[in-house]
Design a protein around this ligand. Structure first.
Ligand code: IPM
Ligand code: MG
Length: 466
């Protein structure tokens, strides 16, 4: 349905598109078309110029953030290139000049360390919001094992409804020993997949950057890890996680078998590829598509479609890599990567691997976006039941997920940047949770780390005290 519109890439077509856009009263229709129209950096300034209030499809907000390619590197938050998060801190207060914006946020603390890290991130959101003129209405809902204990299902329909009707969703983590042996339909993980499916968030952005402050925390040699700055774009609502047929059965020998299906339709590959190309355009212009096209048909189609979509992005350097090689290259020479696009299961695996380059999985946030509707923001770490309730968890991945929520979910870049800068400032002042601790720093727990980030949010100019 969208293909012909997307394929229009000549000037005359843009003009027709623009005229149709101006006369169309069908805002609902345009909401769906918005992301596709705006793939072009030619159209973006046009839309800005005529000030048509474009509704709020998420990739639209995402694409609008910076239509120009930016070639800078070595920033944790390269998708926000207007101002570098690594620049000197400063105090800013926009609340006096602009009216307060209101947003409804669904909080899904979940299990294990989830509630601890979400409660810290909530405070950080509130504080950054109050400085930047934003008011949040938070609604906390059960999810995962917590929901199982309460209601018998891992994603109660009230939780999904609340998430759907809010502006953005912040999730902690789900799962734990207690539910490990549950049947599939009553596993906490099943609730997470239902949530992703229910919100239709097909694009999962997982940045992995080595911060200068944490280079010693990496398990790789300093010269390998230093300067790594990559983004995994993981397809999130398709592939083997959702493919049918699936299940348990018996084979001809009467032996029990378990089976799943890796399946991708062209449109699923095309849309994630476009997100990845757009992401590369905002970064260093390099995209590596990871597949297993030497063996799997679904990967063969994947490679063919990505190669086809590349024709729309002549400015992006596209390479293809088999997943086994990619997993090796990630630890051999990770600096070669800018953006990696891959399917659901390879993205799951490679993003965990990439996180270790940066020192700790406790640092990595993620954003899951759909064509419209609220985005889902979550740290990529799990529920860590072994340290749950001990105030040992690193809340930074969730705090940074809250920053992604502001940036990609709400388009509140100043507030997002305030949080990112506060995190860097807190690290600069030497505060470390156990997972990122190295000699000479100050070991703190989850709550204290949160307090230090809050302090830095209040005044981004908190002095480096070491
Ligand atoms: C992740 C997790 C989930 C996934 C699990 C908890 C279902 O590992 O978000 O990476 O496999 O997607
Ligand atoms: Mg995972």
């Amino acid at each position: 349905m969208y293909a012909p519109i997307w394929a229009w890439s000549n000037w005359a077509s843009y003009r027709i598109l623009l005229i149709v856009f101006l006369v169309s009263p069908l805002r609902g229709g345009w909401r769906r078309l918005g992301p596709f129209i705006c793939h072009s950096s030619l159209v973006l300034p046009f839309l800005e110029f005529i000030s048509v209030p474009v509704p709020n499809p998420i990739p639209m907000a995402y694409l609008r953030m910076n239509p120009q390619p930016v070639k800078t590197s070595n920033s944790l938050f390269n998708l926000l290139p207007k101002r570098s998060s690594l620049r000197p801190a400063r105090v800013r207060c926009s609340s006096s000049s602009s009216p307060t914006r209101h947003y409804a946020i669904t909080l899904l603390p979940g299990d294990g360390i989830g509630p601890e890290v979400v409660s810290v991130a909530k405070k950080v959101l509130q504080r950054a919001g109050s400085v930047e003129g934003i008011h949040f209405d938070f609604q906390e809902m059960p999810m995962g094992g917590a929901a199982l204990d309460l209601t018998g299902v891992p994603l109660p329909k009230e939780t999904l409804e609340a998430a759907r009707s809010s502006d953005a969703v912040l999730l902690g983590a789900i799962g734990g020993y207690k539910w490990d042996k549950n049947e599939k339909h009553v596993k906490p993980e099943t609730g997470l997949l239902q949530l992703r499916e229910g919100l239709k968030v097909f694009a999962n952005l997982r940045p992995a950057s080595v911060l200068p402050q944490l280079v010693d925390a990496s398990t790789l040699k300093k010269e390998v890890a230093e300067g790594v700055d990559l983004m995994v774009v993981r397809e999130l609502t398709g592939g083997i996680y959702f493919g049918k047929p699936r299940g348990f059965s018996t084979n001809d020998n009467g032996e029990e078998i378990g089976f799943n299906t890796e399946v991708y339709a062209s449109h699923e590959i095309d849309r994630i590829a476009r997100v990845a190309f757009e992401t590369a355009r905002k970064r260093r212009g390099k995209l590596c598509s990871v597949d297993k096209a030497n063996v799997l048909e679904a990967s063969m189609l994947w490679r063919r479609r990505v190669t086809e979509i590349a024709l729309e992005y002549p400015d992006i350097e596209l390479t293809h890599m088999y997943v086994d090689n990619a997993s090796m290259q990630l630890v051999r020479f990770p600096k070669q990567f800018d953006v990696i696009v891959t399917n659901n299961i390879f993205g799951d695996i490679l993003s965990d691997e990439a996180s270790m380059i940066t020192g700790s999985i406790g640092m990595l946030p993620s954003a899951s976006l759909g064509e419209n509707g609220p985005g889902l923001f979550e740290p990529i770490h799990g529920s860590a039941p072994d340290i749950a309730g001990q105030d040992k968890a690193n809340p930074l991945a969730t705090i940074l997920s809250a920053a992604m929520l502001l940036k990609y979910g709400l388009g509140e870049q100043d507030a997002a940047e305030r949080i990112e800068t506060a995190v860097l400032n807190t690290l600069d002042r030497g505060f470390r949770t156990g997972d990122i601790y190295s000699d000479g720093n100050i070991m703190v727990g989850c709550t204290e780390m949160g307090e230090q980030v809050l302090r830095a949010v209040d005044s981004e100019a908190v002095a480096v005290s070491r």
